[in-house]
Design a protein around this ligand. Structure first.
Ligand code: AMP
Length: 280
């Protein structure tokens, strides 16, 4: 059974015992509502370390005032059952009060990579992510931390953060787990009604087609415009962005190159979906 930890003292004791036994520790930060994408991170973590700890914390500071913090799913018992099944050693379950006690006043801002894309429409989101991940890193002090490429900009922000602040933690990105029709797994997919779910797979398909065109040498701006129109035609009510960026720095690219990444955010009703693909 995955060991549930709810106090900082117990977390420190547990981690100290692992360290004393010279065991390597991998951390998988999540917001719960676990699916096969999260479990792929746990599997990848097991390859990297002797002990795997998964944090489950719906972090209020990364949600905007009109976002879904209150309705975000919190199926804790199912999550713990899945973690036990996947062989995670511990689940770190801090409360909001533990993470942000009265008087909490610190925020971490990573500039550059956090600008544009999701950063443009979600002001403060990546500050919330960088701050909570820094806290989780300081609490657990893992050797390795694993994040999904699904949230590609988040992964880039965390790599930058860990490098800039000399955190002795290896940050590893894990490829996107998908449904059979291509839809990237997400805790938010459960918000989709059947009609929306049928449309949703067009996002991954569109990214593949656009990436294939770019790889074949098609010019960037016309290809992105064609991609945006195709997404709207497929039934997404808004294309928030479809952009080609450098895979590491996330600077916008006017021409495709090896090491480019195509990233998109679209809306289906009130649900926002993101996805991305390598162009190489
Ligand atoms: P979340 O619980 O949505 O904050 O996600 C926790 C971690 O799981 C993040 O590093 C995500 O990028 C990762 N993740 C979420 N969905 C997927 C997916 N479909 N494939 C791979 N990783 C994922």
């Amino acid at each position: 059974m995955t060991h549930q930890i709810t106090s900082l003292e117990e977390l420190r004791r547990t981690v100290a015992a692992w360290r004393a036994a010279r065991q390597r520790i991998a951390l998988v930060p999540t917001m719960g509502a676990l699916h096969a994408g999260h479990l792929a991170l746990v599997d990848a973590a097991k390859q990297q370390a002797d002990r795997v700890i998964v944090s489950i914390f719906v972090n209020p500071t990364q949600f905007g005032p009109n976002e879904d913090f209150h309705k975000y799913p919190r199926p804790l018992n199912e999550d713990l059952a899945q973690l036990t099944q996947a062989g995670a050693d511990a689940a770190w379950l801090p409360s909001v009060e533990l993470m942000y006690p009265q008087g909490f006043a610190t925020s971490i801002h990573v500039s550059g990579v956090s600008e544009g894309l999701c950063g443009a429409s979600r002001p403060g989101h990546f500050d919330g992510v960088a701050t909570v991940v820094t806290k989780l890193f300081n609490q657990v002090m893992p050797d390795t931390a694993l994040f999904g490429e699904k949230d590609y900009q988040q992964l880039a922000v965390i790599k930058r953060l860990a490098s800039d602040l000399n955190m002795p933690i290896k940050v590893i990105g894990v490829q996107i787990a998908r449904e059979t029709d291509g839809l990237a797994l997400s805790s938010r997919n459960r918000y989709l009604n059947p009609a929306e779910r049928a449309i949703a797979s067009a996002l991954a398909r569109n990214l593949q087609l656009t990436a294939a065109a770019l790889m074949a040498g098609a010019p960037v701006e016309p290809s992105l415009n064609a991609g945006r129109s195709a997404l709207e035609k497929a039934g997404f009510n808004r294309v928030e962005y479809l952009e080609l960026r450098d895979a590491e720095t996330l600077t916008p690219l006017k021409q495709s190159k090896v090491g480019a990444r195509l990233l998109a955010a679209v809306w289906l009703g009130t649900t926002r979906l993101i996805d991305n693909i390598a162009v190489e």
